[in-house]
Design a protein around this ligand. Structure first.
Ligand code: NAD
Length: 502
């Protein structure tokens, strides 16, 4: 039996506290859909307190003024602690979110890696100097910005929090984190990890709560100049509007409906294995899921048959079981949404696998891996993000048609191209409207590369030094080395001998 807290609090200015007005909300576990935990529910007064603590730590505390090496040491200690607690983190994450335990463990290790990566990057950071011979030197003075507001979703909670916390802290900012209300459990471990690693008080603050209350207050707080948000595109639009009066820096990682394009010359076995994993891993609750598969006509029938047969073999089970490949969706509301799309799909495409609850799972948020073939490009299951274990397969005849299908949705996060034709793979990849493209590969990401989407999938890029850019101001300092270089305005009039009274 897993050891669980019954109640979790906010963490503000180095202390665990309840909401000022005492509000709480209930958290359900996705296997029984019973409440198992209450969490403090933050409102604007709690956000005010957290922002004040973060602001004080920024203006008066040591963190922004420490040498990068000193901050780096603390970040490495954080990575060590996350690694040493990976089993506990995975256990809590899996229980709270319904993610299969083996995949939750992978995400915990990735969270450690995020800290380690930015710990290394910050000490290797260099900035530009420009010389105008004999006249000027210009250099970039990179500075942390202040209090960063970090708002995260429920699909891989701890890992996505680390993705923002790592660079925000590495660059010397202080933070207020607002985790997703469906999955606040794993985030409750951050405060202990940070305290043990020696992060100064007030640098990290966490306020739990609903998006429309705690999240909204964070976005509208005038003392928070930066918001890094990951979540749905329509929430991103709302945040964009709410942040506009304050002209905040925004980084938006939003939804997706990413295509996997399989040409007839592809390694079919590898393409099937990767596209199965690409949409069914993390329960299909994955922003970069390849949830539309476009297949060239000559191999279409074979692909659909093999894909459907393999999808039927994917193991659905309890999130805690190491054999489980697809666990339980996060919340009954999300389960209903995904089931709604499955019913719709039965009218829009040809169901070849799944299509509802798997046998033996009459309760809880379990969904059988579901495959629709012959899905037309105007179907809602082809154009809208479902965010569950559901995939649409569509045939194409020409490269031009494949590109039109790939680009024919409002999203543009990721794309996967399967072909052994070198020229086509590059030309096709470059023509796709997506922030990230993988050729003959599933989503395997080097942390140095940019991460982000185009169109409705996001605004701005994080990843590697782009995260450093987002979380810092680059002040240009210009130094004159030569004659002062400007025309003189308001020169004194030239005087005559008479005027001088000689
Ligand atoms: P969501 O937009 O409902 O919520 C995300 C976060 O925003 C939560 O913490 C929520 O409380 C908060 N929030 C909600 N309304 C708010 C408001 N008005 N003001 C401020 N904060 C508010 O998203 P979700 O359902 O938690 O996550 C799933 C979505 O996230 C999917 O669309 C998925 O594609 C996307 N996602 C994107 C990426 C990426 O990197 N592009 C990664 C993971 C998930």
């Amino acid at each position: 039996m897993i050891d669980l807290p019954a109640h979790i609090q906010h963490y503000i200015g180095g202390h665990s506290v309840d909401s000022i007005d005492g509000s709480t909300f209930e958290v359900l576990d996705p296997v029984t859909n019973q409440p198992y935990l209450t969490s403090a529910a933050g409102k604007s007064a709690d956000i005010d307190a957290a922002v004040s603590a973060a602001r004080k730590a920024f203006t008066e505390g040591p963190w922004p003024r420490m040498l990068p090496r000193e901050r780096s040491r603390i970040l490495h200690r954080i990575a060590d602690l996350v690694e040493s607690r990976d089993q506990r983190l995975a256990e809590l994450e899996s229980y709270d979110s319904g993610l299969p335990i083996t995949q939750a463990l992978g995400q915990a290790r990735r969270a450690a890696e995020n800290f380690r990566f930015f710990a290394d990057l910050i000490v290797a950071q260099r900035d530009d100097t420009y010389k105008v011979p004999g006249r000027q030197i210009n250099y970039v003075n990179r500075k942390p910005i202040g209090v960063a507001g970090l708002i995260t979703p429920w699909n891989t909670p701890f890992m996505l929090e680390s993705w923002k916390l790592g660079p925000a802290l590495a660059t010397g900012n202080t933070v207020v984190l607002k985790p997703a209300e469906f999955t606040p459990l794993s985030a409750s471990l951050w405060s202990g990890i940070f305290e043990e690693a020696g992060l100064p008080e007030g640098v990290f603050n966490l306020v739990n709560g609903l998006g429309e209350e705690a999240g909204d207050a964070l976005v509208k707080d005038a003392d928070v100049p930066l918001i890094s948000f990951t979540g749905e595109s329509r929430t991103g639009q709302l945040i964009f509007a709410n942040a506009a009066p304050h002209l905040k820096g925004l980084s938006m990682e939003l939804g997706g409906k990413s295509p996997a394009i399989v040409f007839a010359d592809a390694d079919l076995e590898a393409a099937i294995n990767a596209t199965i994993f690409g949409v069914f891993s993390l329960n299909g609750e994955r922003c970069t899921a390849g949830s539309r598969i476009l297949v060239e006509r000559p191999i279409y029938d074979e692909f659909v048959d093999r894909y459907a047969a393999q999808a039927r073999r994917v193991v659905v089970g309890l999130p805690s079981d190491p054999k489980t490949e697809v666990g339980a969706l996060v919340h009954p509301e999300h389960f209903d949404k995904v089931m709604g799309y499955i019913e719709l799909g039965k009218t829009e495409g040809r169901l070849v696998a799944g299509g509802g609850r798997p046998d033996g799972f009459e309760t809880g948020n379990f969904v059988a891996p579901t495959v629709f073939a012959d899905v037309p490009s105007d179907a809602r299951i082809f154009t809208e993000e479902i965010f569950g274990p559901v995939v649409a397969i569509t045939p194409f005849d020409t490269e031009a048609e494949a590109l039109e299908l790939a680009n024919g949705v409002k999203y543009g996060l990721a794309a996967y191209v399967w072909t052994n034709d070198l020229k086509r793979s590059h030309n096709f990849a470059q023509a796709i409207e997506a922030g990230m493209v993988w050729l003959n590969s599933n989503n395997v990401r080097d942390l140095r590369t940019p991460f982000g989407g185009v169109k409705a999938s996001g605004l701005g890029h994080e990843g590697g030094y782009r995260s450093i850019d987002f979380y810092t101001d680059q002040q240009a300092v210009h130094i004159n080395l030569g004659e002062v270089h400007n025309p003189v305005f308001g020169k004194p009039a030239e005087t005559t001998d008479d005027e001088q009274g000689s």
